[in-house]
Design a protein around this ligand. Structure first.
Ligand code: HSE
Length: 356
């Protein structure tokens, strides 16, 4: 399977490291051989039909600033769109840092990749929150798959769980902690009695935060995830303007500590009921949403079977890369690049990307 990686920040580099580390396992267990034929970052691209050494690509990015500095393979200034025109890849991994307001540049990359009949795996919350129904339609029209399980919940398969495991149910509402950065910040403020700005710096150093950390703090990241969940899982045609959004920027250390004294924790909660809402709330210490560190948690309330809770790692390069590999495997198994191990249920990818 020939892969093109667009975006080589925290997630892209973690994916490269994981693909290299797990290559023997992917080959032995699934018969999958991933050949990365192009990597694009802000400085240009590296291209090789024979396959790029992923550890060399990570080194080039970390020490010289761009994969386009790779000897013999580097193409400074070559853009993602030019790569999508020039390179014959089977699957595109779109993990650029994308504006949550406009969905760009991820949106344009995804549309171009789909229109060139390439399968797409993306974590681009901005692009999906802007245009998920249209992108699904475009993928169906071009007979390729579009998967995005890392866009909500990081490593935790929130979307797959709701779409696959809860099929046959009716998800009536949900509440969740969907942003790892703010959860880490609120938890650290309460535990260590540190101010917001110090906790923000820590979350950035740990690689949880968006490149533009205000997306985490002002609730927009959570709002995007709610829009994706609402469209994909609950079948509601909503967009960002339908989400009443308040973040944690104004929250003081005093408020967080007062809540703690009174037996509560403050968490940034996203909810879908009659309305879509993001706001900091006091939650009881026994509430399943009262999770620590950068964890995410979601409670789905279903009409027939009641509540289901998922808790897991919602942010971080390695965590999100593991979700990308999950999607790559689903596509690879569905289209003949990989087989299913005998001990695993076979998933038909059509059921994943058919109309929501
Ligand atoms: N900044 C995001 C978060 C990354 O903290 O949850 C994962 O979407």
């Amino acid at each position: 399977m020939n892969m093109i990686i667009i975006g080589f920040g925290n997630v892209g580099q973690s994916l490269a490291e994981m693909l290299e580390l797990r290559a023997p396992e992917l080959r032995e267990r699934y018969g999958l051989k991933v050949n990365v034929v192009a990597i694009v970052d802000r400085g240009g691209a590296a291209l090789s039909e024979a396959g790029i050494s992923l550890s060399e690509a990570v080194k080039a990015k970390r020490f010289r600033g761009s994969v386009s500095t790779m000897r013999g393979l580097g193409r400074p200034q070559l853009s993602a769109l030019e790569v999508l025109e020039e390179v014959d890849g089977d699957i595109v991994i779109e993990v650029t840092s994308t504006s949550l307001e406009t969905g760009e540049p991820g949106l344009t990359h995804i549309k171009k990749a789909i229109s060139s009949k390439k399968h797409v795996v993306t974590t681009s919350k901005g692009a999906l929150a802007q245009m998920l129904p249209d992108l699904i339609e475009l993928a169906n029209k071009n007979d390729v798959s579009l998967m995005f399980s890392g866009a909500v919940g990081g490593a935790m398969p929130i979307l797959d769980f709701a779409k696959m495991c809860l099929r046959g149910e009716k998800v009536e509402s949900l509440r969740g902690v969907l942003n790892g950065t703010t959860n880490y910040i609120l938890w650290r403020m309460a535990e260590r009695r540190i101010g917001l700005s110090q906790a923000v710096r820590e979350a950035q150093e740990l690689g949880y935060a968006e490149e533009n950390v205000s997306y985490d703090l002002n609730g927009l990241d959570t709002a995007c995830k709610l829009v994706i969940l609402a469209n994909w899982v609950i079948n509601r045609r909503v967009s960002l303007k339908d989400v009443e959004t308040r973040g944690i920027e104004e929250l003081s250390l005093e408020e967080v500590l007062k809540a703690k004294e009174e037996g509560f924790a403050v968490r940034l909660i996203g909810s879908i009921k009659e309305n879509l809402r993001v706001r900091p709330e006091r939650v009881s210490l026994r509430d399943p949403l009262c999770v620590d560190s950068s964890l995410n948690a979601v409670v789905f309330t279903c009409r027939y079977s009641g509540q289901h809770v998922l808790i897991g790692r919602g942010a971080g390069g390695k965590e999100t890369a593991s979700a990308v590999i999950r999607d790559v495997l689903t596509i690879a198994q569905g289209f003949g690049w990989a087989s299913s191990p005998k001990d695993v249920l076979n998933v038909n990818p059509k059921s994943v990307w058919a109309t929501p």
